[in-house]
Write a protein that binds this ligand. Sequence first.
Ligand code: GLU
Length: 319
Amino acid sequence: MPDQTPPAKLSPQPYRGRFAPSPSGPLHFGSLIAATGSYLQAKSQQGEWLIRIDDVDPPREVAGASDAILTTLEHFGFEWDGPVSFQSQRNDIYRDALNTLQRKGYIYPCACSRKQIAEAQTSSTTNAIYPGTCRNGLTQNQSIHTLRMNTQGAIIQFNDLLQGNCQYNLGTEIGDYIVLRAGGLFAYQLATGVDDALQGITEVVRGNDLLDSTPCQMLIQQHLGLDTAVYCHLPVVINDQGQKLSKRNQAPTLIDKQASVQILQALVFLGQNPPIVLKQESVSNIWQWAIANWQYAKITRQQTIPYQNIAQLKNQNYF
Ligand code: GLU
């Protein structure tokens, strides 16, 4: 007699998101967008939201920035789950991942300096794709500068929640990217690809300036046999000169006393139309409204939004 028991249902994986700032300076309005988008995606689905400090780049780290970032997040009323993780404490994990990639033959040592690569670029290859000089091995007297991923023939496809269907031929569009930097520093692509998978992140919400990093991180996950999250790349805030707001170009800083207004500005930026009366409310009431009313589908599909649009609302006394 055939077994009548229905097949056991796999319970859906609980949502887990993350915000992963680099401690290269204080948070600014651009970072608030990524924090707000990832927070609301997680909280509106009763998910977890983790904080990971991406401190794999000591030369770019600013003393005290990690603490300042966490204090700002607290003042802005973000509530994260579990202890904050630090990439600088996960070197053994990245080392293991590199060893596996090396053993499986996916990465190779490269002896080229930046200068040599720039010189090797011909006018027809101005888009800074590494020309593959060391892909077939080094000679005995060459010393290893970096380790690179061999991207030849790698096709990566994903369906971004906002950017739609994205497909990359990594070999021709991205090139053999660095996984271990000169000086033995783990590269962002490696650390982030490994962490997102091992930390069980189910959805990565971040600025679309990182869209081209996604296939690099996915390829690492595929080669290591790890799961890949869903991706959602948000529009990026730009200044009057059309540059992405960053710590280096005087992005408006986050001011604790203006937390309510700045969160409302972020909600406007993300297309959520918060009612104007909320500007009188506490940060926690604003979050309550935002979580209950969050709809990622209202976010514009534009790649960039000028900060000027937000500033104009300020002039019109919206804020
Ligand atoms: N640490 C990166 C940054 O601050 C973000 C990394 C990510 O979200 O993948 O730009």
